[in-house]
Write a protein that binds this ligand. Sequence first.
Ligand SMILES: NC(=O)c1ccc[n+]([C@@H]2O[C@H](COP(=O)([O-])OP(=O)(O)OC[C@H]3O[C@@H](n4cnc5c(N)ncnc54)[C@H](OP(=O)(O)O)[C@@H]3O)[C@@H](O)[C@H]2O)c1
Length: 250
Amino acid sequence: MVPLAGSHALITGGSRGIGLAIAHRLAREGAACTLVGRDEQRLQAALAGAPSPAHAHSYLVGDVRHADFWAEAVAQRPNISILVNAAGLAQNSLLVRTRDEDLQEILDVNLRGTILGCRSFGKSMMKRKAGMLLLAVRAHSRSIINISSLLAEKGGQGATVYAASKAGIIGLTRALATEMGPFGVRVNTILPGYIKTDMTENLKQSLLQEKIPLGRLGEPEEVADAAAFLAKNSYASNCILNLDGGLSAT
Ligand SMILES: NC(=O)c1ccc[n+]([C@@H]2O[C@H](COP(=O)([O-])OP(=O)(O)OC[C@H]3O[C@@H](n4cnc5c(N)ncnc54)[C@H](OP(=O)(O)O)[C@@H]3O)[C@@H](O)[C@H]2O)c1
């Protein structure tokens, strides 16, 4: 029994890190996956490592900040039943030293990009229920999973704009869960702590490990495990799921 057979997932930030781990996991659970990123070579390399059947998976090159990209993505992939918004950009500067263009880019990628994705694919998912065109796909597989961050709820020096963008994702998820639930679309968010990806490679790992109750950074596959749970559990909506080795408790 393949739990997500018949589902089609679109994963932004699918070229590497957490997004790619989620794509691999959903693919192993039976979903056809479309990876989204800006770098075609990276997407091709990511696709090469995809679980079989390889022909089920594909990619779209695009920038989540642009509404035109989302319109095109919905036109090209009208049957998406799982949307994962994992594209994200970090910050490492005190607010008073953060330039206008960097502030704007972080908000645009992390928050606006997620909002645009939810609007585009949420609309098509809601419509499908009304038209009863989804009979072949189980109802539980229609959901949106937004990747927020521990920093949305916990202070972090040098991460003000990032934290604000990720807190926005929690607000978005809560409000959207009420709007889309009646149409059978579930909306959830994961708040990862520090996970081993390109985003965290320049952080002082030993200092972080000391602060994390479980004594280590998380693996992208551990976040992917949470995403698979949210994609499959038919009663999961408005989950704000901490996955941080206990760091949020400190
Ligand atoms: N790693 C952590 O400790 C951690 C903790 C909490 C939350 N998160 C969140 O988890 C998500 C994934 O993080 P990660 O650690 O996997 O990061 P990562 O390894 O740096 O990967 C970032 C991903 O986002 C994509 N991306 C960035 N800007 C984009 C844009 N404008 N349009 C389309 N795609 C874009 C990148 O694709 P290309 O560069 O190939 O275009 C890449 O696939 C992010 O939202 C991040 O904020 C991470």
